[in-house]
Design a protein around this ligand. Sequence first.
Ligand code: FPP
Length: 238
Amino acid sequence: MEAILDKNQLPRHVAIIMDGNGRWAKSRNLPRAEGHRRGALAARAAVEECLALGIAELTLYAFSRENWSRPAEEVNFLFRLLVEFINKELSALETQGVRLMVIGEEEGLPGYARKALTLARERTVGNSRMILNLALNYSGREEIARACRLYMESGAPAAACDCASLTGYLYTAGRPDPDLVIRTSGEKRISNFLLFQTAYSELYFCDTLWPDFSAADLHKALHDYAGRIRRFGGLTKH
Ligand code: FPP
């Protein structure tokens, strides 16, 4: 039987690299699209569970800048799936108190996806129970470069540019860094995800392929996190 999760030891912000949709499909002789479709269901389940646990912020890596190199058919499918997800879930997200936000270069997204995202953001702007961040057309390195550009454009002196001032120009400005980053499918990389914000995040890797990632898998990650001692570069308190 699973031990009870101590609410005081839960992360405030969980970020997930949802990996393994393609392998999930391949192992079942299904098209990759089916892996993504099941991946979207797993994403919905993760949102539900984080909500039930009272986690304040969930960031999902849904489309990286590097994902454009995939076949156009797969890229188109992913954006259609995203819009389908928003259309299907928006009312529920709205009533559940979820605020939808986006990180990444939105200008580069297909028009119909931008439209759906804008509507979802507007409809949920007043919600505060949980923030659901979708990382779309996202690159951590590009986000840092963009923050530097914005800082310079603000007219502030280069000599005054420090980490705190750059933080204000990130997509995540004003919001807490992830406490826990989960990556599924056995890969142990950060893949250009939240490079600035994960400086002191706890990392958790599991072999489960994303479409199979369940509430039980999330609980396992959270138990693991609860057992970590976070030092933020300082000494361990004994
Ligand atoms: C990685 O699996 C997954 C992606 C590149 C896309 C993530 C998208 C979803 C989970 C579905 C849509 C999400 C939402 C929020 C609607 P992969 O294709 O790289 O798998 P592989 O490494 O096994 O090939």
